[in-house]
Design a protein around this ligand. Structure first.
Ligand code: NAP
Ligand code: MG
Length: 402
């Protein structure tokens, strides 16, 4: 059989630990036998980020802009313990944070549904797609510790260096503490709003957006106003024609409503809310290993990844020569998402079809009772006793169906 040809490469960003192992196996077992794979490779594994002073991350993001489509493996975001473990030159920033800062845009996360895997929230019948604003807030925050007697101010200078505004944050006269400043940009919030409105129209799902504007009367309120303004001027008619609604509410109310809902919602979240809530939603649908994730930038760049981390505990078992049963589904879907988008942009329908077939084979493997350990307790289908497979055996079970 001739392999499927690619016109343009996808930007391949390799990562760390157990997901780096899965990455290699997915290519070997599921992609390279069928596709003449063209990638522009960047090694974002922590040792190489350290060796390149993290320049490799920036280069990968720039390449993603150039080629439009990227696929990224999970990576370690170093903390103090990792600095010691890997003897790092410094505590490098989150690669996802760096990539999102460069590409801007919105992260859409959708659960991968398979018959037999029932959500922890039994009322959820349809997918909840979570749209996470991928720019600013605490992810590009500036923070420091203060000592007793310090005073912290928020100072705004105009273009000439003149002080426009000086606000007292806190007088630490009674003891030291911590202080943080965060920002966002009107343009980024507007492009977040437009990507959400467009995506809602694409998938014909109602859009919910929530912040804490009652407490944050300037910062969060700005998000609410920009969304409301863009909706009224550009999208209200289209939403009414499509028979879907846009609803704004407070974040705590949104959480309560989402839990009570039957799903079928596009839920737009600020950066931090999206970080936290996407893990809640993914876990409630079954497993972090069944959550796909794509960053869509306003100028049409796509970066696909799995929503989970590098699965450290499994990696240490793997290093000891023990068999692991790590779920590779979200990483497979990162690859299929990227290949399908590449095919769509390049006008190569074979590649799009291949991606669809690989997704079907993956879901069918689970539905027919072959899966990794994390899914076993969640699987309930009449007449099928689920079978736990090792990480590699699962990939081979998918390959058999391909
Ligand atoms: P994690 O790697 O997602 O793993 C947390 C736990 O969830 C695992 O120990 C495992 O539970 C379960 N799990 C997650 N993914 C799984 C999968 N595919 N198959 C089976 N079980 C899975 O999160 P973490 O332990 O908080 O973080 C580990 C490293 O990943 C950190 O260095 C962090 O910086 C990084 N991280 C990267 C990204 C990213 O690149 N997008 C995102 C999050 C975290 P059991 O151990 O109980 O089996
Ligand atoms: Mg997170």
């Amino acid at each position: 059989m001739a392999k499927i040809a690619m016109k343009n490469p996808v930007v391949e960003m390799d990562g760390d630990e157990m997901t780096r192992i899965l990455w290699q196996w997915i290519k070997e077992d599921l992609i390279c036998p069928y596709v003449d794979l063209k990638t522009e490779y960047y090694d974002l594994g922590l040792p190489n980020r350290d060796a390149t002073d993290d320049k490799v991350t920036v280069e990968a993001a720039e390449a993603n802009k150039k080629y439009k489509v990227g696929v990224k493996c999970a990576t370690i975001t170093p903390n103090a313990q990792r600095v010691e473990e890997y003897r790092l030159k410094q505590m490098w920033k989150s690669p996802n944070g760096t990539i999102r800062r460069i590409l801007d845009g919105t992260v859409f996360r959708a659960p991968i549904l398979a018959k037999g895997i029932t959500p922890y929230i039994p009322g959820w019948k349809k997918p909840i797609i979570l749209a996470r604003h991928a720019y600013g807030d605490v992810y590009s925050g500036v923070e420091t510790r203060t000592s007793a007697g310090d005073k912290a101010y928020l100072v705004i200078e105009d273009g000439e260096g003149g002080v426009k505004e000086k606000l007292l944050v806190q007088d630490f006269k009674n003891g030291g503490g911590i202080v943080q400043a965060v920002h966002n940009l009107d343009a980024s919030i507007a492009s977040f709003a437009r990507s959400c409105f467009n995506y809602a129209l694409d998938v014909k799902m109602p859009l919910w957006f929530a912040t804490k504007d009652t407490i944050s009367k300037k910062y969060d309120h700005r998000f609410k106003d920009i969304f409301a303004d863009i909706y009224a001027r550009e999208y209200q008619d289209k939403f009414e024609k499509a028979g879907i609604e846009y609803m704004y509410t407070l974040i705590d109310d949104a959480v309560a409503r989402v839990v009570r809902s039957e799903g079928g919602i596009l839920w737009a979240c600020k950066n931090y809310d999206g970080d936290v809530m996407s893990d809640m939603v993914a876990t409630a649908y079954g497993s972090l290993g069944l959550m796909s994730s794509v960053l869509v930038s306003p100028d049409g760049n796509y970066e696909f990844e799995a929503a989970h981390g590098t699965v450290t505990r499994h990696y240490y078992k793997h290093l000891k020569g023990e068999e692991t049963s790590t779920n590779s589904v979200a990483t497979i879907f990162a690859w299929t998402g990227a290949l399908a988008k590449r095919g769509e942009l390049d006008g190569t329908p074979d590649l799009v079809l291949f991606a669809k077939k690989l997704e079907e084979a993956t879901v069918r493997t689970i539905e027919e009772g072959e899966m990794t350990g994390d899914l076993i307790p969640l699987f309930h289908a009449e007449g099928i006793a689920p079978k736990k497979l090792s990480s590699r055996a699962f990939l081979q079970a998918v390959a058999a169906r391909m």
